[in-house]
Design a protein around this ligand. Sequence first.
Ligand code: HPA
Length: 270
Amino acid sequence: MRQTRHLPFKESADYIRKYFGAAHHDIAVVLGSGLGGFTAHLSDKKVLKTAEIPSYPQSTVVGHSGEIVSAELNDKRVLVFSGRVHYYESASTVNSALTGIVSHQLGIENIVLTNAAGILNESFDPGDLMLIKDQINLTFRNVLKDLGSLTAKPGPIYSGKFAAKMFAGAEKASVNLKAGVYLGLTGPSYETAAEVKMFRLLGGDAVGMSTVQEAIFAQSVGMNVAGISCLTNYCTGLTSKVLTHEEVTQIGARVDDKFSRLLTEFIALI
Ligand code: HPA
């Protein structure tokens, strides 16, 4: 893997490093829509509002608080991104991979990407947590190409070692962790019933509008990547109910306890 010469967001990363007093972080955690409650379980917290970080793209989505938190969890130091930028907000794969790019520049070697996702696989239920075993990037875009100076690294995007630790953590936390393939789209439209039928045939278990570019970038620079989807709703066509964004953020709040227990046990194992 060739090292990057000029990654974007260097100014942002320098500011974040200075703000947190050059603390070394063992792992970065990116919280998806409605999952911001995780930060309440952390101690020795220092909070940075992303609005004050120079050159840092801002999220406009409801359920994303726009904060970066440096904190202690057991004996690990974690850097939590509460909120991320989606492709549909800025039409930029580079902005979509912001959390991975910044974490890498801070020297963080491990990352957990979490998101809210719709259910394609009918054996799952709203409120389930799904380990992302693999992904299908149906954005038809790739951050490595758009960064220009990176080449892809062979091998799986999601670390098998981290998947095993996530299952071990789930057992300790008594969480019934599902596993499946995350299919990433640009959004912002929710899928049509016909698209849902196609995505199921393609092998997707859950669908969402984030994560894929962050994961591609992080893996390419040698970071260990884990992913967790919080399954918020059945996709269009699998239910007669009409989906709302409130539904997506409200389930996040409902799973907060088991989600936090899972991450806590996982992070203890890394
Ligand atoms: N589709 C796409 N993204 C989502 C969904 C969905 O049904 N639910 C939460 N994020």
